[in-house]
Design a protein around this ligand. Sequence first.
Ligand code: ZN
Length: 159
Amino acid sequence: MSNDRSLTRTDERYQAMLQALKQANLRLTPQRMAICRYLSRTRSHPTPNDIFHAVHEQFPTISRATVYNTVAVLKDLGEIIELSCTGGASVRYETELTPHVNLNCTRCGRIYDFPMEKINEIFETIDSRTDFQLENIHIKGYGICPICQKELEQEEASA
Ligand SMILES: [Zn+2]
């Protein structure tokens, strides 16, 4: 059941991204559609380079410019959100638009999603008690991810 629901949600996000490209008068080429398909499915908070490599596997002739321009349009129209982040990469993209917590690893820069019901309560409280037209809430946690913890343990063990 939960599988069906996430499929529907993924498809909704995919369709919304295609609409955004149309709205920006971009032609829906197979390459651009592949970018949207990847972004609607991933939960990895990809870097621009990650997105390029994911689509490049399917379309070896695609240019970085096409990927980056398409991503920029999706960002401008609010279909994905640019995240400043710690660690290696300078920019990552949030593809999940429902309020949740992002757990940021300060060592490698990976970002993990943590869904939290309470955020919806915070959202509704602010929305109902202020005149602010609230669109989203981002909560970030910082720390060391499980992969880095393991690597640090191994480094310590071999030192
Ligand atoms: Zn890490």
